[in-house]
Design a protein. Structure first.
Length: 411
């Protein structure tokens, strides 16, 4: 369909067409005319006019029917149609609006009033076209962005270990992993080294694409470090990781907050021993017997409660955020020998920051510990189901505020 900035005049009286055409052309407007509704419809199918002036009282096809048919043409959905008629009764006016007109001018009309109304409707139409064009452009950009995010999510998931890989390394384990967007800053990583399993859960700065890039970097650096050297110390891995992260992210003068928090375990499933360390990262342990801990643990806060015959420990390491500062708080580590069915949990702060429950408040640490104490004595498979349902019920209809990762395992 040809698009023209023309006004179509539809009237069965030539004198009316001549008067209107003279007024409009004197104002620099282009016009085309038709003396019947049927011919007007044919013209509309070939050319998209910017506005139509339409008489109501015409033989064969009146203005109402002509308007209804033109409005069914997709290109004319938003084109303004103004009725010009001697009919002034309320019923006729209402009928005109119901069939799709935007205005109603009675004959004989005032020249200045006619021009003001025509110019107003043309301006409104042009502004609406601009808005629609901008909307379609933004919609197209959003679709491209959404498609890219979806693909980025597929790429990120391909880098992270699958559920089968996690189960192969730690048979009795489960993962709750839910990025806020299609991609996120939380990540998890697992590797075998000298008959031991090294597990890490990380929480990169931000979420979405920026967080995903950082999480991918974290996985890459962990692989690089572990593949090149054998480790017996979890805090030494964090020291190496921090140094390597700072080295990678300070190669130019741009000062960006490129960092992540991380919890790390070295697990010997045969001896049932575990060594944990963290970069500003929390752990929860559910054990049958009270742990023997040092009287003072530098840069680490430990609290516990007893419930359902289990001791529930919350351990929060204050070690330097990975990539933030080489001279910041040093890392420390704790080692335990655990019994069968004792459980260890790692989680990112997106979980305790999540709003939910009956009062719509943040979950916070104590509520999470309460949840864990309720299901930690059950089998891992039951724990997984209970945890998923518990968190989903807690969140309910509240928007997810951050990436969420929770990993649990037992010996």
């Amino acid at each position: 369909m040809h698009v023209a900035e023309k006004i179509l005049i539809v009237d069965d009286t030539f004198e009316n067409i001549r008067v209107l055409a003279n007024i409009l052309t004197e104002e620099g407007m282009e016009v085309e005319y038709s003396t019947s509704g049927k011919n007007a419809i044919k013209l509309a199918e070939k050319t998209k006019f910017i506005l139509i002036l339409l008489d109501i009282m015409m033989p064969e096809l009146d203005g109402y029917e002509t308007c209804k048919i033109i409005k069914k043409i997709p290109a004319y959905k938003d084109v303004p149609i103004i009725f010009l008629t001697a009919k002034t009764d309320p019923e006729s006016i209402v009928k005109g609006f119901n069939v799709g007109s935007v205005d109603y001018i009675t004959k004989p009309f005032n020249r200045d009033e006619l021009l003001v109304r025509i110019n107003n409707h043309i301006s409104l139409k042009k502004e609406k076209d601009k808005t629609e064009k901008l909307y379609n452009h933004v919609k197209s950009l959003n679709k491209d962005l959404y498609d890219s995010m979806n693909y980025a999510g597929i790429v990120q998931n391909s880098i992270l270990p699958s559920a089968d890989v996690l189960k192969r390394h730690l048979h009795n384990s489960f993962l709750y992993f839910k990025p806020k967007d299609q991609v996120g800053g939380d990540f998890y990583w697992i590797k075998e080294q000298q008959n031991k399993t090294i597990l890490a859960i990380g929480d990169a700065t931000g979420h979405g694409v920026s967080g995903a890039i950082l999480s991918t970097l974290g996985v890459s650096l962990l692989n690089e470090i572990i593949n090149n050297e054998c480790f017996e110390s979890s805090k030494l891995i964090l020291e190496k990781l921090n140094a390597r992260m700072i080295d990678v992210t300070t190669q130019n003068e741009v000062n960006l907050a490129l960092s992540f928090e991380l919890g790390l375990c070295i697990i010997d499933t045969t001896k049932r021993t575990i060594q944990i360390a963290g970069s500003n990262f929390p752990f929860i342990l559910s054990v049958k017997k009270q742990l023997k801990l040092p009287d003072t643990i530098p840069y680490c806060k430990v609290s516990y409660t007893k419930k359902n015959n289990n001791y529930i420990y919350h351990v929060k390491f204050r070690g330097a955020t990975i990539g933030a500062d080489a001279q910041s708080i040093p890392y420390t580590e704790l080692s335990f020998r655990l019994n069968e069915s004792d459980c260890v949990y790692l989680y990112s702060d997106g979980l305790v920051d999540q709003f939910g429950g009956e009062l719509g408040k943040k979950m916070k640490k104590n509520k999470l510990i309460e949840f864990v104490s309720d299901f930690s004595s059950k089998s891992i498979n039951k724990q997984e189901k209970l945890f998923h349902s518990t968190i989903d019920n807690w969140k309910a209809n509240y928007e997810q505020v951050d990436d969420i990762t929770f990993f649990g395992f037992s010996f």
